[in-house]
Design a protein. Structure first.
Length: 159
C-alpha cells in the first residue's frame, strides 16, 4: 500500500493533464472580452438599421406629401404643425395619388388612418408643415436617444 504523500502527488487516471485555475481564468477573460465585442457591435448594427428604416419612412412620406402638393389646387402641403403626423397621414391616406405611395410603408411604421407615424426606434415622429429647407415640410425623428432637439435627431431635410 502506498503512503498518503505518494497517492497525493501521483498522477490520477487522467495522467495529471488538467487545466490550472489560471488557465481557466484566462479562457473566461477571453470569452468575456469577445462577448463584450459582440454585444457592442450588435447594438451599433441595430441602431444603424433603425436609422436607415427611419430615413426610408421619412423619404416615402415626404414623397407622398410632394404628390399631394403637385396634385391639389391650390398647391399646398397637407396638415398643420398643431396636429402633427396623425393629421398628415390621414390627409395623405385620403388622397388617392398619395395613398399609392404610402402603400410601400412598412406595417411597423404606420398602422393605418388615425395612427401615429413611427420611426425605426418605435417613437412617434413629429411633422412641421413648413419647417424644412425652403419652406418644405419636414419629418423629425428623436433618434436613438429618444429625445427631441439633440444631435442624433433624424430630419427628412437632412439638417
Amino acid at each position: 500500500m502506498r503512503s498518503r504523500a505518494a497517492r497525493q502527488s501521483a498522477p490520477g487516471r487522467f495522467g495529471g493533464r488538467g487545466f490550472t485555475m489560471v488557465e481557466l481564468l484566462v479562457v473566461l477573460l477571453i470569452l468575456a472580452i469577445l462577448l463584450g465585442l459582440v454585444v457592442g457591435i450588435s447594438k451599433y448594427v441595430m441602431a444603424e438599421a433603425a436609422r436607415k428604416q427611419t430615413e426610408s419612412v421619412q423619404s416615402i412620406v415626404i414623397h407622398a406629401a410632394t404628390r399631394y402638393y403637385e396634385t391639389t389646387t391650390p398647391s399646398d402641403y397637407p396638415g398643420s404643425d398643431a396636429n402633427g403626423c396623425r393629421q398628415l397621414m390621414t390627409t395623405l391616406y385620403n388622397h388617392a395619388p398619395s395613398k399609392e405611395v404610402l402603400r410601400t410603408l412598412p406595417n411597423d411604421a404606420w398602422a393605418g388612418s388615425g395612427q401615429p407615424l413611427k420611426d425605426g426606434f418605435g417613437e412617434e415622429m413629429q411633422y412641421q408643415k413648413a419647417g424644412g429647407r425652403g419652406g418644405t415640410p419636414v419629418l423629425i425623428s428623436k433618434g436613438a436617444d429618444r429625445q427631441i432637439d439633440t444631435p442624433d435627431d433624424i430630419r427628412s431635410d437632412g439638417q
